[in-house]
Design a protein around this ligand. Structure first.
Ligand code: S3P
Length: 183
């Protein structure tokens, strides 16, 4: 539907890596992009939950954040070594991995903090979405984290996509247009 193969071939089978703050819609956009295509998307949080056979919330609660960041590092090495031609959506802190740029083209899904929270709260599963993210439990702290991270996200991004008030479908369309232009 979105000519993903054509774009990937142009990019010499490099991956596309979605970064951005928690709840901005990385997973939804990734799923929309690959819809009706034979291509694949993977999510770093899902990989970690499979590796550990437990939820991220539990990993944070029992082992702490630095243990989780270590798992992200293992995932980052594996992605660089072994994954090609894939749309990778990442957890909001994954951008800190030193080899990020080696994994693929970096696309930042960008939106103001209040809009992200509005988006999560409008979701039918809002309570669950907030609860599963330990770093979103305290919104004041989360805003501080957002303010600290946003300039870093912008610095790393090859492509910035403003997702505010856009459907996943529209974001997917715009993403592919920008990736194609950048390839
Ligand atoms: C985190 C974001 C989460 C998850 C973990 C830590 C972060 O992923 O990786 O709770 O540091 O921003 P999402 O961005 O998918 O919520």
């Amino acid at each position: 539907m979105y000519a993903w193969l054509e774009i990937m071939e142009k990019m010499k089978m490099k991956n596309v890596v979605l970064i951005g703050f928690m709840g901005v819609g990385k997973g939804s956009v990734a799923r929309e992009v690959i819809k009706n295509s034979e291509y694949m998307t993977i999510d770093t949080d899902d990989l970690i939950e499979s590796m550990e056979n437990r939820k991220i919330k539990n990993i944070f609660a029992t082992e702490g954040e630095s243990y989780f960041r270590g798992l992200e590092k293992s995932v980052a090495s594996w992605l660089e070594e072994s994954v090609k031609n894939t749309l990778i959506s990442t957890g909001g802190g994954f951008y800190k991995q030193k080899n990020l740029k080696k994994i693929g083209t970096i696309v930042l899904l960008d939106s103001p903090f209040d809009e992200i929270i509005k988006r999560i709260k409008a979701h039918p599963n809002a309570a669950k979405k907030l609860k599963k993210r330990p770093l979103l439990n305290d919104l004041k702290e989360a805003k501080k984290l957002y303010d600290a991270r946003r300039p870093e996200y912008l610095k790393l991004a090859d492509i910035v996509l403003d997702v505010t008030d856009k459907s996943a479908h529209l974001c997917a369309k715009e993403l592919l247009k920008k990736v194609k232009k950048n390839a």
